[in-house]
Design a protein around this ligand. Structure first.
Ligand code: NIG
Ligand code: FE
Length: 405
């Protein structure tokens, strides 16, 4: 692991903090001008004003990096993706643009089921090669940690194959937090109840034993998993030691936001149709509201009410939701632009949503998500002097250099 001194930082955006920021707190980026950062052994040893007496380890050699007066930020955390999959669904995108709906395509055996077929057929090696290329491109856009979900196998073998691919990719510079999303759809031959029993008895014990996933997620949606079954499933998953996440209130209002808050889930994700009560419940809870603007964009849906959620006191994160169906993009620049332009987040809030709050959505706000002493040295140098260029240079990559650890 190299040691770095990053100097000549015009604007150091620390996002300082060790837990999720709610409401107004999201505007505080902890900015230091004319700053220096020292990373020793992969860990931040100093972050603050330029000074002569840096805390360097005399036994180590340091590489000096000149930030050229530009802005420096914590690495971005993409806290909701489905990046391990085979096959594509470009024809479904065209159907949707012609008025077809996401749920009706799924009910006709397309949608998630199409990707399940392709992912079952792909070898672990093929999946790994695809996923690795995607990680490389995420890294270029400043992503230093990504969450990745299973959920394109539904059977035991393929779900484990997806998770093992993520485990093997542990050597990639982008850190991966794996989530078991077997509850992504009900496979043929099962009912909601019998499939939940199958996951709990046949699959999840292996996932725990082999430490293949920290989190567990479920697609709580009309025609997929109803709210009662979701609650039962989440309780059982928690008892097995999983941290909880939830695809909630994406297409139809089901009360998923309320349930996520009541279950103390790490995050409730999507929330396009979250109710007033759901937003109020999240605001009072430790559950992060994770919004996925590229999905609303790709599905041509109304955006989640990001402005309203922050004003109500929620801790909001933003993520890409990269997947082959509802959102075939993992563009961080597009995510930031849409969050600001269409969901009415300020540039400050968007940065918080992609750093410390995204870390909290993964239960990792103590170790990543900000430039604080003791955290991992996951750091971005922009090609511009201010973080404000991120939404302003809309859809374009502002990251000049990504430093991992
Ligand atoms: O987050 N909503 C469920 N899962 C994904 C879509 C998966 C797919 O269409 O393949 C989502 O939008
Ligand atoms: Fe998703």
């Amino acid at each position: 692991m190299k040691n770095y001194i990053i100097e000549n930082i015009g604007q150091l955006v620390t996002c300082s903090g060790f837990s999720a920021k709610h409401g107004k707190e999201m505007s505080d980026l902890g900015i230091v001008e004319n700053a220096t950062v020292v990373v020793t052994g992969g860990i931040i040893a100093y972050a603050g004003a330029r000074c002569r007496d840096l805390p360097l380890d005399g036994t180590k050699t340091y590489e000096r990096i000149d930030a050229g007066g530009n802005a420096v930020l914590p690495g971005f955390i993409d806290s909701h993706t489905h990046f391990v999959f085979a096959g594509y669904r470009e024809e479904e995108f065209a159907w949707r643009m012609n008025g077809d709906s996401y749920l009706s395509i799924m009910q006709r055996g397309g949608g998630i089921y199409r990707t399940v077929d392709a992912t079952r057929r792909a070898s672990a090696g093929e999946l790994k090669a695809l996923a690795q290329r995607r990680l490389d491109r995420m890294f270029e856009m400043g992503v230093t940690t990504v969450e990745g979900k299973s959920g394109y196998g539904l059977d035991r073998e393929t779900e484990l194959k997806q998770l093992r691919v993520m485990q093997e990719l542990g050597t990639h510079p982008v850190d991966i937090v794996a989530t078991y999303l077997g509850a992504h759809a009900v496979p043929e031959g099962y009912t909601e109840k019998t499939y939940i029993a199958f996951m709990l008895e046949e699959v999840m014990p292996v996932v725990r034993r082999e430490n293949l996933a920290e989190c567990c997620d479920i697609f709580c949606e009309k025609g997929v998993f109803n709210i009662e079954n979701t609650a039962r499933f989440l309780e059982a998953a928690r008892a097995m030691g999983f941290r909880l996440k939830l695809h909630a209130d994406e297409i139809v209002t089901t009360g998923g936001a309320e349930l996520a808050a009541a279950q103390n889930a790490l995050s409730a994700d999507h929330l396009l149709r979250a109710s007033e009560e759901g937003i109020a419940a999240l605001a009072k809870s430790n559950t992060v509201a994770t919004l996925l603007p590229c999905t609303a964009f790709s599905l041509r849906e109304e955006y989640a009410q990001g402005r309203k959620m922050i004003d109500a006191g929620c801790a909001v994160a933003i993520a890409t939701d990269f997947n082959p169906g509802s959102c075939f993009t993992h563009s961080i620049p597009l995510t930031i632009a849409l969050a600001c332009i269409r969901m009415h987040l300020t540039p400050e809030e968007a940065v918080t949503a992609l750093t410390i709050n995204a870390a909290a959505a993964l239960g990792k706000a103590g170790s990543i998500g900000s430039i604080d002493v003791g955290k991992k040295g996951d750091i971005l140098i922009l090609a511009y002097p201010s973080y404000r260029f991120l939404p302003y240079y809309a859809g374009m990559n502002c990251v000049k250099k990504t430093i991992k650890s």
